[in-house]
Write a new protein. Structure first.
Length: 204
C-alpha cells in the first residue's frame, strides 16, 4: 500500500503545512542538505504538489482549533506555490480562528516577478522571514540563492512592504552566527521596521 504524502505535521503545539518541494535557495544549514524530514516527522518529500482538495481533506481530519498556530513551512519554500498558499489560507480563515503564520525566505517577489506583499493582506497573522546574515555577502554565502546577490535586497524590500499588510512580521537568524552578527542583524531588522527573532540552532 502506498504511503500517504505528509501534507501536515505537528511540531510542539503547532501544525505545519508542507505545500511544495521547490526552493530557490540551498541554505548550508537546511534540513534538505541532510535528509527528507524534520523534527521526527514522516518524510516531507512530496510525490506531487498537493491540490487544494487534498489539503482540505488532510486538514479536515484534524482539530484545527486545538493548535497554538498553523504554520506554512515544509520541505520547500511555501511561496513557490503562492496561489495554493493563498487559497489554503483563505479556506483556513473560514474554518478556524487559529493564527496563521508563514515561514519564508522572503524571495516571493523574485520567484514571481512582481510585488507580492499586497497579496498577503488579510490572510496571515505572522510572517517570519529568514535573514540568516546581516549583509549581502554573508547572506549569499549561507543562503546560496539561485537569484544571486540581489536576493538580499529583495528579501529586505519584501519585509519592509509586507509589514503593511500582515500584523506581525519578523526577520530571523540562528544563534550560532555569534553575538556580534546577531546585533548587526538586529539593526538591519530595525532599518526596515520589523523585529528580529533569534532562533536556537537545532541540527536535525
Amino acid at each position: 500500500m502506498k504511503k500517504a504524502m505528509t501534507i501536515s505535521y505537528e511540531v510542539g503545539e503547532g501544525l505545519y503545512l508542507n505545500l511544495t518541494n521547490k526552493c530557490p535557495c540551498a541554505c548550508t544549514f537546511c534540513l534538505r542538505q541532510n535528509g527528507d524530514g524534520a523534527y521526527g516527522s514522516d518524510p516531507l518529500w512530496l510525490e506531487h504538489t498537493p491540490t487544494i482538495e487534498e489539503i482540505k481533506a488532510d486538514l479536515s481530519r484534524r482539530d484545527l482549533d486545538s493548535y497554538k498556530q498553523i504554520v506554512f513551512c515544509g520541505y520547500g519554500e511555501p511561496t513557490c506555490e503562492l496561489e495554493l498558499l493563498k487559497e489554503t489560507a483563505k479556506w483556513l480563515r473560514s474554518v478556524t480562528k487559529t493564527p496563521l503564520r508563514l515561514n519564508t525566505n522572503g524571495l516571493s517577489d523574485l520567484i514571481h516577478g512582481r510585488d507580492t506583499a499586497p497579496e498577503f493582506e488579510g490572510l496571515l497573522d505572522v510572517i517570519s522571514i529568514s535573514l540568516n546574515a546581516p549583509d549581502a555577502e554573508d547572506y549569499t554565502a549561507v543562503t546560496r540563492p539561485s537569484f544571486g546577490e540581489k536576493s538580499y535586497d529583495a528579501m529586505l524590500k519584501f519585509a519592509s512592504e509586507v509589514k503593511n499588510y500582515v500584523p506581525e512580521v519578523m526577520l530571523t537568524v540562528v544563534d550560532i552566527i555569534g553575538e556580534e552578527q546577531v546585533e548587526k542583524s538586529r539593526k538591519v531588522a530595525e532599518s526596515v521596521g520589523v523585529k528580529l527573532r533569534v532562533r536556537e540552532y537545532i541540527p536535525d
